[in-house]
Design a protein around this ligand. Sequence first.
Ligand code: FES
Length: 176
Amino acid sequence: MHLHGDRRIYTGKLDELVCLCLKVQRSKILETIEELNAVTVAQVRRNCRAGGGCGSCHEEIARLITEHRLNLSLDFGNHITGEDEDHSHDDLDFFLAQESSGKLLENQVITEIKDFIESEINPYLAKFDVVAQVIESGEELVLDLKGADQELKYTLGFWLDHQFHKQFPSITVIIA
Ligand code: FES
C-alpha cells in the first residue's frame, strides 16, 4: 500500500509552498498538525487542504507529522541542506545484495530485522499506539501495523520506508 508521489526537494523555510497544488505553506501545515495533534496526512488534507492534489507533498507532510509526534528531527533526504545518505555497506548489506534477490530471506536476516523492529521501530510506533509485526518474510518483508487504520498506515509508511532503507537497503518493505 504505497502511493508515494514524485519525490520533491524542500528548502525547509516556513513560507515555502509545501503543497504546490493547493498553495499551502509549510507554516500552515505545521499549525494544522499542532492544532489537531494530527497523525495522518488525510487529517491535514481535510483541515487545510494541503495534499489534496497530486500527492507529491505527502512525504513531506508525513515527515512533519512524524517529527511532531516523535519529537525528533527527521531527515528523509528530501531537503537541499541535507547530506546525501552514506550507503556504506556493512557485512549484512553485502550479504543481502548478494543473496536476497528472488530468494527467501535467510533466518539470520529475519532475526536481524525482528531485532531492529523491536529496538528501533516499535518504541517509536508506540507513540502512535501502533505495533509493527512481521507477517511475511518472503522475497519482500510484509509488515502489519496493529492499531493503525489505512490513513495512519499510509502516513507511517513514509517513515518506515526511510528507517528500513537506511538499515536494510536491499529489502523492500510492504505494509499489509
Ligand atoms: S503538491 Fe500537494 S497535492 Fe500536489
